[in-house]
Write a new protein. Structure first.
Length: 123
């Protein structure tokens, strides 16, 4: 879910968004106010884990500006966005492999590690 304040500029000012999608979001996220109104990142299947995020991007229905930046429909776009949109099994397989790799990351402990008070700054 994302707050209206995080996608407002995208739905009112960007050109890389499908117009009817923008209008549907504008119905509950006005130009000012209602900052805490929520919208799902994936309007197609908000309660399901699938490749709809990528399908949405290819159809210019990315909720956040930063997400839609991954796909503009030109030759400079990463092929992976279209591939994940077209091939749900590839997306799910790559996701599973990525989760396994992340699970193999060993946290630093003792004098080799640090729990930071602020993520972007060494204590």
């Amino acid at each position: 879910m994302a707050r209206c304040t995080t996608f407002r500029d995208h739905i009112y000012n960007d050109s890389d968004i499908e117009p009817s999608f923008a209008r549907s979001l504008q119905q509950f996220c006005p130009p000012r106010g209602h900052d805490d109104v929520l919208a799902p990142l994936d309007l197609r299947t908000p309660a399901q884990f699938d490749n709809s995020y990528y399908v949405n991007l290819v159809n210019y229905k990315g909720l956040l500006h930063s997400d839609q930046e991954l796909f503009h429909g030109d030759s400079a776009d990463p092929a992976i966005v279209r591939n994940y949109a077209d091939e749900p099994a590839v997306f799910l397989d790559d996701f599973a492999k990525g989760m396994i790799k992340m699970g193999e990351i060993k946290p630093l402990t003792g004098s080799a590690g640090e729990i930071r008070k602020f993520c972007g700054k060494v204590n």
